[in-house]
Design a protein around this ligand. Sequence first.
Ligand code: FES
Length: 117
Amino acid sequence: MNAHNLATEAAWILVGTVDDIPRQGSRRVRNGETKIAVFRTIDDRIFALEDKCPHKNGPLSEGIVHDGCVTCPLHNWVISLETGVAQGADEGRTSTFPVRIEGREIYLDLKTNFAAR
Ligand code: FES
């Protein structure tokens, strides 16, 4: 069991509460140069993705949240909030970050980045 290692490898950062984000909306947080969009779905699930569409870097935080996805405001690519993968015929992937909820508080693991390939 390497729970100790896991604890030291993750970097859980408090970024706000669930109530700070409107349902089907998002808030932006920064980690150095990286902009991260934290989304809240209509059923109160929280996801964190780099705020950068895999198509042409559109701001996903300004997109429409629906069905576990966000539609990019620039050219309507649909990106899975869970995996960051572009849906349908489009190909690409946005980086995602692990989310942990404690009570109403949202923590992101900003060290473990499931980076886009
Ligand atoms: S930049 Fe997002 S669809 Fe083109």
